[in-house]
Write a protein that binds this ligand. Structure first.
Ligand SMILES: [Zn+2]
Length: 334
């Protein structure tokens, strides 16, 4: 099977790398593998581990680690263009077949092969080097050992917008442009809110939501973030047509009506990446407070709806309390 990575200007998000770890584990773990670098750029590394057992594979954010005996790992970062392809070997005598294109790393077992093309990084790392890589990365919502407090410590002391922080792999590992846009929408949070102004309860709700959403992404191999009431079936609308994922609220829906409030979805560039959001469902702090007042009536209900994550509705609702410090408010409504 192919890795199903979308083409174009798209950086794979963490669920894709976790799927690759699962696929490598399923095909090769516990087996002796032949390693080669048809392209030649990883020839020395491949020769070093050729004919040994692939112990297993794991992912941390967008980094993939293939483990070999002696505490050695092949560390892969796909970057923008990297792609894994997998295939079956019908007859071991035939091997994996001819090389097509520029293959950095070929892994061949008895009945299965994998070709890695175009990665940013493909290198052998030691335990010390691997530990250093993990230390540079924030918690990954898909890893059982992830500690959301680590991310919170960075968010709570940062004046950067929360949307930028969620994409910073040192803060949080594995979240890319789709999950950050969708998680912020589902939390009803203004993407420009400074990290230090985000409520702890809001962060807890976002983390819990990401754990759920990304696990579903691993399972179904695409990103779906709309709640049951906003699916094409429930709304009687056509399914979304986009190479970059499934049913979403705001990602790459610029100018289209918000599925919740009909407001046009907005786009802007933030730290070099496109940011998508709904200005009504994700209001600035001052508008949020106004919307919470009784006079706002139905608008408050509409804009409050996406704030309620299904697991932490109380926490998310509590996060509506506006920030108290004057200096803080000024920054938040710029
Ligand atoms: Zn909206």
């Amino acid at each position: 099977m192919g890795s199903d990575l979308p083409k174009g200007e798209y950086v794979p998000e963490g669920h894709t790398i976790h799927r690759l770890a699962q696929e490598n584990t399923r095909r090769f773990a516990g087996r002796t593998v032949a390693l080669s670098s048809p392209q030649g750029r990883f020839a020395d590394g491949a020769a070093l581990l050729d004919g040994t057992e692939l112990v297993g594979a794991e992912a941390h954010g967008k980094h993939l680690f293939l483990e070999f005996p002696g505490e050695r790992w092949i560390h892969v970062h796909l970057g923008l263009a990297g792609v894994f392809r997998f295939g079956e070997i019908a007859d071991p005598a035939d091997g994996p077949g001819p090389v097509v294109g520029v293959v950095r790393l070929r892994i061949a077992g008895d009945d299965s092969w994998a070709d890695l093309r175009g990665p940013n990084t493909c290198e052998i790392v030691t335990r010390t080097e691997k530990d250093a890589l993990h230390a540079r990365l924030g918690p990954d919502p898909l890893r059982p050992d992830a500690d959301p407090d680590q991310a919170w410590e960075r968010i709570a002391r940062s004046a950067k917008p929360i949307a930028e922080l969620l994409m910073d792999q040192k803060v949080l590992a594995g979240v890319g442009n789709v999950y950050r846009a969708e998680a912020l929408f589902r939390a009803g949070l203004d993407p420009h809110r400074e990290g230090r102004l985000v409520k702890r309860a809001t962060w807890d709700a976002i983390w819990a939501d990401l754990v759920d959403l990304m696990a579903e992404g691993v399972r179904v191999n695409r990103i779906d973030t709309v709640r049951p009431e906003h699916t094409p079936e429930a709304m009687g609308r056509p399914p979304r047509q986009d190479d970059h994922g499934g049913e979403v609220y705001v990602y790459r829906r610029t100018g289209m009506p918000c599925l919740v409030c009909d407001t046009e979805v907005r786009i802007e560039e933030l730290a070099g990446r496109n940011l998508f959001w709904c200005p009504k469902c994700q209001p600035k702090a001052r508008k949020r407070r106004a919307a919470a007042a009784p006079a706002a009536g139905g608008a408050a209900t509409a804009s409050g709806t996406p704030a309620r994550s299904r697991r932490t509705s109380t926490a998310a609702a509590a996060a509506h309390t506006p920030a108290p410090a004057p200096r803080v408010r000024r920054g938040a409504v710029r």
